[in-house]
Design a protein around this ligand. Structure first.
Ligand code: ADP
Ligand code: NA
Length: 330
C-alpha cells in the first residue's frame, strides 16, 4: 500500500527556529519521513501577510529551508520546497476564497488573535484569508494527513469543509485530509516567563533558545532560566513551571522519561541539572547550526536542492490544478 501523504509548512518569520519549533514541529517532520510520503514547505506566501522587507523575507526563507535540511529532512525522501516557487498555491487559494463564506472565514479564532494588535479594520485581508491559503496548500497535494497542534485544528476543519464542498459541487477533486496528531510535545515555555509559550514574539530574547545560536549564549540562557527558590528537581506545573519546562526539554531531547530524570537529580540542586540541560541543548543544536551554515555558504547547492523540491511539488500541484480548472469551468 502507498504511504499516506503528509504535508506541513513553517513560516520564514525569524532568523532561526527556536527550541519550541524544533521539538514541536521540525524534529517530528524528520521522523515522519520514515512512514509517510512527505511534503514540507517554507510558507513565504503566508509570511507576506505581515509585510516583511524583501531582503528580510529572502534571507529568512533561505535560512528556514537550510535549517530544515540541516535538521535531517532528506531531499531524496521528502519534497522540501518554498511555497512561492509553486504558483498553484496562489491560484487555488483564489478559487477556494470564492467558495468560502464571510461568516465562515470570520469564525477563525486565530485571525482574532493575530489582528488584535492592529487598529480596528486595519489588519490585512491576507491575514483574514490566511486559513484559506492553508487549505489550498493542503488540498493541492491531495494530502491524507496534516500534522496539527491544538492551535491549528480549526484551520484543518476549514480545509476539510472546503474539500467536501468543492467535491460535492464540482465532482471529486480533492482528498479530504485528516489530522495527524503529533506526538504530544507539551508546550515549551519561555525561559524568563515560564508560564508563557516560547515564541519568536516573546518579549525578551533571553527567554528563547534559537537553533542557530552559539553554545556560549545558549548555556548562559539556560543557566539564567527563571526557577523557583526551592532545590528539588521535580515536575510541578503549578508551583515549579520553570523547572518543569527544563525537565520537559531535557526529557524530549534525550528521550528520557521525566520520572527517571527526577530520580537522577534527586538531592543535587538546580545547578548540576541546569548544566546538563544546557549541554543537551548545545549538543542537539550544534550539528544543525554547522550544517545550516555550510548550506548557506553554498548558494548554488541550496538553490539546486530547492529547485528539485519545487519540481517534485509542482508535478503534483499542477495535476490537481488541472482537475480544478476543468471542473470549475476555466
Ligand atoms: P511561534 O510561536 O514562535 O510564532 P510558530 O507559530 O511559527 O512559532 O510555530 C511553528 C511550529 O512550531 C508549530 O507547529 C508550533 O506548534 C510549533 N511550536 C511553536 N512554539 C512552540 C512551543 N513553545 N512549544 C512547542 N511547539 C511549538
Ligand atoms: Na505562533
Amino acid at each position: 500500500m502507498a504511504r499516506p501523504r503528509v504535508l506541513s509548512g513553517i513560516q520564514p518569520t525569524a532568523d532561526s527556529f527556536h527550541l519550541g519549533n524544533y521539538l514541536g514541529a521540525v524534529r517530528q517532520w524528520v521522523a515522519l519521513q520514515e512512514t509517510h510520503d512527505a511534503f514540507y514547505m517554507v510558507v513565504d506566501l503566508h509570511a507576506i501577510t505581515v509585510n516583511p522587507s524583501p531582503a528580510e523575507l529572502r534571507r529568512r526563507t533561505r535560512v528556514a529551508a537550510a535549517q530544515l535540511f540541516a535538521a535531517g529532512l532528506d531531499p531524496e525522501r521528502s519534497s522540501v520546497f518554498v511555497q512561492s516557487h509553486v504558483r498553484e498555491h496562489a491560484e487555488l487559494a483564489w478559487v477556494l476564497i470564492c467558495q468560502t463564506g464571510m461568516g465562515e472565514a470570520g469564525r477563525m479564532t486565530q485571525f482574532k488573535d493575530k489582528s488584535s494588535k492592529y487598529g480596528e479594520g486595519s489588519a490585512g485581508v491576507g491575514l483574514f484569508t490566511y486559513p484559506i491559503l492553508q487549505a489550498a496548500d493542503i488540498l493541492l497535494y491531495q494530502a491524507d494527513q496534516v500534522p496539527v497542534g491544538a492551535d491549528q485544528k480549526q484551520h484543518l476543519e476549514l480545509s476539510r469543509d472546503l474539500a467536501q464542498r468543492f467535491n460535492n459541487r464540482y465532482g471529486r477533486t480533492f482528498t479530504v485530509p485528516s489530522p495527524y496528531i503529533l506526538k504530544e510535545v507539551e508546550k515549551i515555555t519561555d525561559l524568563q516567563d515560564p508560564t508563557a509559550k516560547m515564541s519568536k514574539s516573546s518579549s525578551s530574547p533571553q527567554g528563547i533558545l534559537d537553533v542557530l545560536e552559539q553554545p556560549g549564549p545558549l548555556r548562559k540562557k539556560v543557566m539564567r532560566a527563571v526557577t523557583d527558590t526551592g532545590t528539588d528537581v521535580v515536575a510541578d506545573d503549578e508551583n515549579k513551571p520553570g523547572i518543569t519546562n527544563l525537565l520537559r526539554i531535557l526529557s524530549a531531547i534525550t528521550a528520557t522519561p521525566i520520572p527517571e530524570l527526577e530520580a537522577r537529580y534527586a538531592g543535587q540542586g538546580y545547578g548540576t541539572f541546569k548544566k546538563d540541560v544546557a549541554e543537551a541543548v548545545v549538543d542537539a543544536f550544534a550539528p544543525i547550526r554547522e550544517r545550516t551554515e555550510k548550506l548557506l555558504g553554498d548558494e548554488a547547492e541550496l538553490d539546486r536542492m530547492l529547485a528539485a523540491g519545487a519540481a517534485k511539488a509542482r508535478a503534483v500541484a499542477a495535476e490537481t490544478m488541472a482537475h480544478v480548472r476543468e471542473n470549475i469551468g476555466f
